[in-house]
Design a protein around this ligand. Sequence first.
Ligand code: NAP
Length: 301
Amino acid sequence: MMGIERVAIIGLGLIGSSIARAIKERLPQVAVTGHDSKAEVRDIARELDFCDAIVGDPAGAVADADLVILAVPVGRMADAAAAIAPGLKAEAIISDVGSSKAGVADALAKALPDHVVIPAHPVAGTENSGPAAGFATLFEGRWCIVTPDASASEDAVTVVTSFWQALGARVETMDAAHHDMVLAVTSHLPHLIAYTIVGTASELEEVTESEVIKYSAGGFRDFTRIAASDPVMWRDVFLSNRDAVLATLQRFNEDLTVLQQAIRRGDAAKLEDWFTRTRAIRRSIIEQGQDDAAPDFGRKH
Ligand code: NAP
């Protein structure tokens, strides 16, 4: 595939192990070397056998790689890049899968000034983490956003784009700052709201915790899935995409106040209009194949 004979994956959690599995399934001619800083994760990865080789030393892991993908939490990207730097081939392309892009792009450019870096973000995931949580079809039909800087080599962008397409993803290119604003709205704010609601409910004095759990099918349960997402990953996302998240949060607070006012004033039309608009958004997501139309997310009752 496009001159890529070996891919090295640094960080073998949900995303890294899913990439390795997808390569095995869809690009069997490409060899995969995996590395994780945790010995326990390396042992599990060996057992699950989704890489051709698992290497304990980060520089050794990238030695023969044509494409290196950093799949570590956003706050660990700089360290991971510094650790692989001494082992990289001069012509290797370095990419990542971080959920925020401007900060990561800066960190990677600083740590790897002599290398081609093409950042990317597969917009696909689950609330689970670790090497056992990954699966080969995670990226199928999902979007991967590639955020090259203005001076990036077109050939290298094509390699990264073709790689993600080969794993089943649809690829879009945009600049890092725009990515961070879009994802603040579609991913980061929803996670923050879920973390808030689940935290608030667990601290209410008038409603017991057992009642919250017992009656969770009223809506709360759907927020708990998102609020169960990896704490380290999400800590880093909010710290690194601070400005875009705060800007979006400001808008959210204003809209929340509008709804609060409508409820207080008994403004039925305002509430109904608003909820009609949001229902249409759900329909568009289903129509565009980004979710299943099955009622209640396809849960078996
Ligand atoms: P994960 O399941 O927690 O896996 C991350 C792995 O990287 C862990 O095993 C971690 O080990 C290891 N690691 C940390 N620092 C390292 C280093 N310096 N060198 C080598 N390995 C290191 O997380 P994930 O969900 O796969 O997320 C990985 C990246 O993908 C993050 O940047 C995240 O923002 C992005 N992403 C996530 C999703 C999602 O839904 N989960 C979706 C798209 C993109 P330790 O346990 O020792 O830290």
